[in-house]
Write a protein that binds this ligand. Structure first.
Ligand SMILES: Cc1ncc(COP(=O)(O)O)c(C=O)c1O
Length: 441
C-alpha cells in the first residue's frame, strides 16, 4: 500500500494537527522513523535527506501525486465531455521538467510570453499543443510563436489583430479572450473576469473583433476564451462563466480558463476536481452547442499540493514574540505578501512532538511583511530544524526573485524513493553574470 492510499492511517499525535496536515501535504507523504523520532518523508525519501543533498531553500515535488492529479483532470474531463482538452497553465510552474511531465500525461500547454514559450519548446512540447496567451504580446513574441508553429493564439485585443494581419504568412488558429463580467470571489489581484479587467475584450466589442478575424484569409477563428481568476473555491462561479461565454455566439471551441482553488489551510474547504468538472460540464450541457470543443486551463490546482518548500531554521528569538527565522522568505514565497495567502508549516524532523509553541515564522528578507506564518503552532523550534511549508507547489518558483541577493531555489522531483534535480539552485555566478563589471578606479 502506498502512502497515498494509507493516508487516513498516518499518525496524528496528541497536541498536533498532523492528522489534518496529511490532507494538505503531498499525496505521497508519510511518517518515517528518524534520529529524533518521526520524520516527514515525501515520495519515500525523508525530507532531511533531501535538504542535506540539495540544500535549502528547496522545492520538493511528489511526482507520483502530481501525475495522478494531472490524470484526474485529463481523464475526468474526457469522460464527461469527450471533445475536450486540458491545458497546463504553465505560469503556475514554469519548469522544463514540468512541461515535459505535462505532455507525457496528456496535457496541452498554455504559455503567456516568450520565456514560457522557450521553456515549453526546450521541454520538447509539440508546438501544435501550445496556446499563446497575453494581453500585451509584442511583435517579437508573436513572430517567435508563429515561427515555432504555435497551435493556437488567444487574441486579447484589436491591436493584436492588427499585428497578426501584418505578421501572418500561413493559416493560424485563433481564439478571442472575452470579459465575462463575473466577479470571482478571490483576492483582488487574482480576479480577472470582472468588467474592469485588463484582459480581453468586453462582450459588446467581441462581435466586431470576431468579424475582423473571420474575414481574414489566414485567420482561422475557432472560438472564445475566458478566465475569471485564480484560487476560486465556489464551483458556481465556473458554471456562471460557462453560461456567460455561451452568450457571445455559436463557435467550435469554448475555453473557460483555469482558476480552481486548492486547500491551503486546515480551515479551508476546496472543491474536488470531480465536482469542479461536474459544474463546468453541467453548465456546458445546458448552454453550449453539443458538438463544441471545451478547454480548461488549470494551473494552481494541478501543482500546488504536490509541492512543498523546505527551509533550515537559522535562528530562534524570544523577544516581543517568538521568532523562528528560516533561510528563505518572500524571495522564494512572495505569494504571502502579494495575496495574503496562508500556508501551514511543520517541523519535518520532529513530526511526533506536540505543537506547544506559538511562533512567528519569518524569512530573511528585509521587510517586516516577510512573515511566512503568523502565529504558527510548532514544537519549540531549534536552530538547524527543517521547516516545511505545505502546498507551495504553485506560483512560488514563478514569483521567486533576488531580493537581498537571494538565489532562486533548487527544485527536486521525488518518486518511489528516487530524487531527480529538475532545476538547480541559482549561484552567485548566475547573479553576477547579468552585470557589466564596475568601472576600474
Ligand atoms: C489565462 C489564464 N488561464 C489559466 C490560468 C491558471 O489559473 P489557476 O492557476 O488559478 O488555475 C491563469 C492564471 O491566472 C490565466 O491567466
Amino acid at each position: 500500500m502506498n502512502a497515498h492510499q494509507d493516508q487516513q492511517h498516518q499518525p496524528s499525535p496528541e497536541g498536533t494537527r498532523l492528522g489534518e496536515l496529511w490532507s494538505i501535504l503531498p499525496e505521497e507523504s508519510s511518517r518515517v522513523d528518524g534520529p529524533e523520532g518521526g520524520e516527514l518523508a515525501i515520495g519515500g525519501i525523508p525530507v532531511t535527506r533531501l535538504v542535506e543533498e540539495y540544500g535549502t531553500p528547496l522545492q520538493i515535488f511528489d511526482e507520483a501525486g502530481l501525475r495522478r492529479q494531472v490524470r484526474r483532470f485529463v481523464d475526468g474531463l474526457h469522460e464527461r465531455w469527450p471533445d475536450s482538452e486540458v491545458l497546463f497553465a504553465s505560469k503556475s510552474l514554469p519548469v522544463v521538467g514540468m512541461y515535459a511531465l505535462a505532455q507525457e500525461e496528456g496535457l496541452s500547454v498554455d504559455v503567456a510570453g516568450g520565456g514560457e514559450l522557450q521553456l515549453a519548446l526546450a521541454a520538447g512540447v509539440d508546438p501544435a499543443r501550445l496556446h499563446f496567451h497575453g494581453n500585451a504580446k509584442s511583435d517579437a513574441e508573436l513572430r517567435m510563436a508563429l515561427d515555432a508553429g504555435i497551435g493556437t493564439i488567444i487574441v486579447d485585443n484589436d491591436d493584436e489583430i492588427t499585428r497578426l494581419e501584418r505578421l501572418l504568412t500561413k493559416p493560424q488558429k485563433l481564439l478571442l479572450r472575452v470579459i465575462p463580467g463575473v466577479d470571482a470571489k478571490t483576492h483582488a489581484s487574482q480576479a480577472t473576469g470582472g468588467l474592469d479587467s485588463k484582459f480581453g475584450l468586453p462582450m459588446d466589442q467581441a462581435a466586431q473583433a470576431i468579424a475582423r478575424m473571420q474575414a481574414h484569409p489566414l485567420m482561422e477563428f475557432e472560438g472564445v476564451h475566458l478566465h475569471i481568476g485564480s484560487q476560486i473555491l465556489d464551483t458556481e462561479q465556473f458554471a456562471e462563466a460557462v453560461e456567460k461565454i455561451s452568450t457571445v455566439g455559436t463557435f467550435d471551441t469554448y475555453d473557460v480558463g483555469g482558476g480552481l482553488g486548492v486547500k491551503y489551510t486546515y480551515d479551508e474547504v476546496a472543491p474536488s476536481v470531480e465536482s469542479y468538472l461536474d459544474a463546468i460540464v453541467e453548465a456546458a450541457r445546458a448552454n453550449l452547442p453539443e458538438g463544441a470543443r471545451i478547454m480548461i486551463e488549470p494551473g494552481r490546482s494541478l501543482v500546488a499540493r504536490a509541492g512543498v518548500s523546505a527551509y533550515r531554521v537559522v535562528t530562534v528569538k524570544h523577544t516581543g514574540k517568538t521568532f523562528v527565522a528560516v533561510d528563505g522568505g518572500l524571495a522564494d514565497l512572495i505569494d504571502i505578501a502579494l495575496t495574503e495567502q496562508r500556508y501551514e508549516p511543520v517541523l519535518a524532523n520532529r513530526l511526533d512532538e506536540a505543537w506547544i509553541e506559538t511562533a512567528q515564522v519569518v524569512g530573511r528578507q528585509c521587510e517586516s511583511g516577510d512573515l511566512l506564518v503568523d502565529r504558527a503552532q510548532l514544537p519549540p523550534a531549534r536552530v538547524g530544524d527543517v521547516l516545511v511549508m505545505a502546498t507551495t507547489g504553485a506560483y512560488s518558483y514563478t514569483l521567486a526573485n533576488n531580493y537581498n541577493g537571494a538565489l532562486k531555489p533548487a527544485i527536486v522531483f521525488v518518486r518511489d524513493g528516487e530524487a531527480r534535480l529538475v532545476a538547480r539552485r541559482e549561484t552567485y555566478e548566475d547573479l553576477l553574470a547579468l552585470h557589466a563589471p564596475a568601472l576600474a578606479g
